[in-house]
Design a protein around this ligand. Sequence first.
Ligand SMILES: Cc1cc2nc3c(=O)[nH]c(=O)nc-3n(C[C@H](O)[C@H](O)[C@H](O)COP(=O)(O)OP(=O)(O)OC[C@H]3O[C@@H](n4cnc5c(N)ncnc54)[C@H](O)[C@@H]3O)c2cc1C
Length: 398
Amino acid sequence: MDRVGADSLGLENLVIVGSGPAGYTAAIYAARANLRPVVITGFQDGGIPGGQLMTTTHVENFPGFPDGILGPELMDRLKAQAVRWGTRLVEADAERIDLSQRPFRIEADGQTIQAQAVILATGASANRLGLPSEARFWNAGISACAICDGATPQFRQEELAVVGGGDSACEEAVYLTKYGSRVHLIVRSDRLRASKAMADRVLANPAIQVHWNRQVRDCSGGDWLEAIELVDPNGDPDGGASEQLPVRGLFYAIGHTPNTRLVRDQLRVDAKGYVITEPGRPDTSIEGVYAAGDVADAEWRQGITAAGSGCQAALAAERWLTHHGLAVTVSQDPVDPATVGEVQRTAVSDETNFDPQALWQKGSFATTATSPCWWCTPPPPAAPATCSSRSSSGCWRS
Ligand SMILES: Cc1cc2nc3c(=O)[nH]c(=O)nc-3n(C[C@H](O)[C@H](O)[C@H](O)COP(=O)(O)OP(=O)(O)OC[C@H]3O[C@@H](n4cnc5c(N)ncnc54)[C@H](O)[C@@H]3O)c2cc1C
């Protein structure tokens, strides 16, 4: 793998921050345009290398895979395709991004990378409740994405619960009635924050039961979730009376946190911190800086929409660099690089082989083993620049 060593650094055409579907798709397009992009893959700040799909099992809705594909496998393929066309990877977190001067400056892995153009593809993290047994049942009954996971066989004709009172929660509750036998909507207060139309749809749906003034205290089960414990949020949080609600699925719809900590003071973001781009375009409020994927999308948040916007961002960056005469292109030699063949796979992580020092983890065990660090809000501190072993810093050993 072509690592960007400190001595090899010049002025880069394009640096892409983030290695989810948005980042890798942007890299594929930019690399094929001979821009030799650099991808800063991320390490533990705001997710994991490969992004959110590394934490799920079957992805059944990404076009081109009629029988579905495992999330980590899809990301291995995107990575291989990006590298095949000349993308260079920096396997670290971006620790500082300075957009106040040109070229832009990004600090990662103890080096400062200068870039004529930047694509921000740092995604967003689903907020979690932080239940005591959450890590145990994550991907074993608990999910943060009803649209992604609702059709999972284990949820079919079962009682399911959704937590939240906003539009997303209502939409997910209605969606899940397609699969579950009954959907329980757990609402902390005595009203829904959702739009009137959406709230009416929920209240009129006989398959949805709303539990007002209730919050989830914990969950239980065997290999798979079997019940959640509900309490009154206004009562004694520890000692108050509780009720057990038997459900096989618990879906969080309590919002996402966009990974914009490094840039939100430098470019336009909305009230929740999502990067604001021009309507239908990836351009941010700073010329030469583009945003793609969930970091700029509070609404659709899917692998394919992230990939599509990554494509847009790369094309926009390429046009902008060319227009300003800033691109230094390097032709592929040979024109068609060698085929990837068998994609290099990351070994599936489980309790027997999980290596906290390994950068790439495959499957949901990684999130369980290190939880809550990858998802905690605010994110864990970045590794000190002097740290020789990443596992000795941050959250691996917390
Ligand atoms: C459990 C689960 C299941 C899902 N299932 C599906 C599904 O079946 N189908 C579907 O279409 N979508 C699914 N989604 C949604 C999908 O995963 C996201 O919409 C998609 O991954 C967003 O892509 P992205 O590239 O914008 O961001 P992400 O995938 O979130 O990637 C963000 C990247 O940015 C990196 N990063 C963050 N901060 C930094 C930093 N400081 N420096 C460097 N890098 C950084 C992260 O390491 C990561 O690589 C699922 C999501 C979840 C959580």
